[in-house]
Design a protein around this ligand. Structure first.
Ligand code: SF4
Length: 387
């Protein structure tokens, strides 16, 4: 009896694999990273797709590979150039880690993405998911991936309840994904599972009627597809106000600052302690504001940069979101005779939107450039220089 049940389970699994692979091969979306098995290109796509929608990734993927067509080109490039090519995609640690990893690969793996799982996992920014995705797609290695899309498909097919990200449950989901892996085509299989989760077995309103593998799906049979997986309790967002100063001297140059160490993030640091909000890239001097943003910014500029007697203009507020933080940025255009020396980087304000800066800094620069083109009123708002 047990042998028969085992045979039936194997036959069901084989049928599931056959149907899903067939569906993927005839109806997959045509994406540029699916036209290659080159490990470098697969790796770039997998890193870009982390926490970013496919449609948003497409232009960045093409541009990035035009700028850095090979792993060696990426390893050789200046860090600022890499961040510039990444600018707008967010989560800049991904770009920094990509380049650090590329340099390690050139140094220690002769420029080839390592084929062994443990060696891949030692690279900065390469976790279980990325390593398994690259190795299975580029090298056909027998590793099943587990990301949010795959976890949802597994949980629904097996009618698994509870928080999928709970460590024990995630481990169980990975074990099931490993068992289901089609060993003759691991790369296609992983992409088929992800494609199913991204296009039909979606978080809301799964399209079970079109699903090629609904036979054998417990959630479908039990009418639970809409209810699984259970929604995670959302953390209440943290609201922050930030006052930022676009200092501009008579030559049209502005001052950018940056956290000197990755652990910097305390108020009172040279950059106002807001490095993480600005993705640890060059940004305008800023402080966290609790009351009168102008007064707090003035105090900050006076104490950190000895700036007094400047001409101020308020710019439109900006909204910005970084993970669980909802940030309101209150930018000010501050005209000064000269920029404080030795406190950061002086660059032409016009250049800032084209530099490797975060989206928040870019938006502030664009607002400041627009405001600068308008004449300051003869009686300056809040001017303290006696003009
Ligand atoms: Fe997902 Fe529905 Fe397909 Fe089951 S039948 S795998 S719930 S889309």
């Amino acid at each position: 009896m047990r042998v028969m049940a085992g045979n039936r389970a194997e036959a069901n699994l084989a049928e599931f694999q056959r149907r899903l692979l067939h569906w993927f091969r005839v109806s997959r979306r045509d994406l540029p990273w699916r036209r290659t098995r080159d490990a470098y290109r697969v790796w770039i796509s997998e890193v870009m797709l982390q926490q970013t929608r496919t449609a948003a990734v497409l232009p960045y993927y093409r541009r990035f590979l035009r700028a850095f067509p090979s792993l060696r080109a990426l390893a050789r490039a200046r860090g600022e150039r890499v961040l510039g090519a990444w600018a707008g995609l967010g989560y800049y640690s991904r770009a920094r880690n990509l380049q650090r990893a590329a340099r390690i690969i050139v140094r220690e793996h002769r420029g080839r993405f390592p084929a062994a799982l443990d060696a891949a996992l030692e690279l900065p920014g390469v976790g279980e998911y990325t390593a398994r995705a690259v190795l299975s797609i580029a090298y056909g290695a027998p590793f099943a991936v587990l990301d949010g899309n795959v976890a949802r498909v597994v949980a629904r097919r097996e009618a698994i309840e509870g928080d999928l990200r709970a460590p024990a449950r995630w481990k169980k989901l990975q074990a099931i994904a490993d068992r289901w892996l089609a060993r003759e085509a691991p790369g296609d299989w992983n992409q088929a599972m992800m494609e199913l989760g991204a296009t039909l077995c979606t978080p809301r309103q799964p399209r079970c009627g079109e699903c090629p593998v609904r036979a054998g799906c417990r959630a479908f049979r039990l009418g639970l597809a809409d209810r699984l997986p259970e929604r995670r309790a959302r953390l209440a967002p943290v609201r922050l106000r930030i006052a930022a100063a676009v200092l501009v001297d008579v030559g049209g140059r502005t001052l950018l600052v940056r956290s000197s160490s990755p652990s910097s993030g305390r108020l009172g640091d040279a950059d106002g302690g807001l490095g993480p909000i600005f993705s640890r890239m060059w940004h305008f001097p800023a402080v966290s504001a609790n009351g009168d943003s102008r007064a707090e910014l003035e105090r900050f500029l006076a104490s950190k940069f000895a700036i007094r007697g400047a001409r101020w203009r308020e710019l439109a507020k900006l909204r910005h979101t970084v993970t669980f933080r909802e940030i309101t940025i209150e930018p000010w255009l501050v005209l000064v005779e000269s920029l404080p020396p030795g406190t950061g980087r002086a660059v032409a304000l016009e250049r800032v939107p084209r530099m490797a800066v975060s989206n928040a800094s870019r938006k502030i620069a664009v607002a400041a450039l627009a405001a600068r083109r308008e004449p300051f009123p003869s009686t300056m708002q809040g001017c303290t220089c006696g003009c």
